[in-house]
Write a protein of this length. Sequence first.
Length: 201
Amino acid sequence: MKLLCGLILGPALLFGALPTSAQEDLRIEGDWTHTASGMTFPERLGNALRTRIHSYDAEQLDVSAGYSLRQGGELGFVTLYVYPAMPARDCEKSFDEIARNIAQSNVDVKLVAQDRWPSPSGRTPEVAYHARFGMIGKLDGKEQPLTSESYLFCPAGGTWLVAARGTWARSAKLESAFAELLHSLQWPPELDNAADSTGKD
């Protein structure tokens, strides 16, 4: 999976690289629906504008949607992922692997906060995994201190995973905007129903 602004790491890099030939940017105008899961990624959602739809496999099962988010003159980038779950890997271990990959792939990474978040729509509390990091990296062509948010939700049934990554200048306060973008999407029940109280598959 390619990088967005050198920072956005997706499931293909986190859980095993896929051949470049299997990946492609999809040329989409208007809202786009991920057929396999029923998830729709709108072209625009409030102050967020979709910048990219990317498929990491030929079947378009493993996909991401990138958004630029502007609020109060501040700019952030958010990438949303829907991809197949891996057998025999629970949600907590998957999130730990995401956190390790972030620490290994960026400069001066510090864990700022780690807690439990609600399901993607916000309907079920404390069933997803969330962490906030501080780091040094490039954003909009400028190297600077950054804030990065990571989110992972494992729906009931263990068929899909839902992940999100947000990045913005550390001086910006886009944490609430990141959560609002996630909750404002129309998540199908298959991607929003909690597996159990621990968030595991």
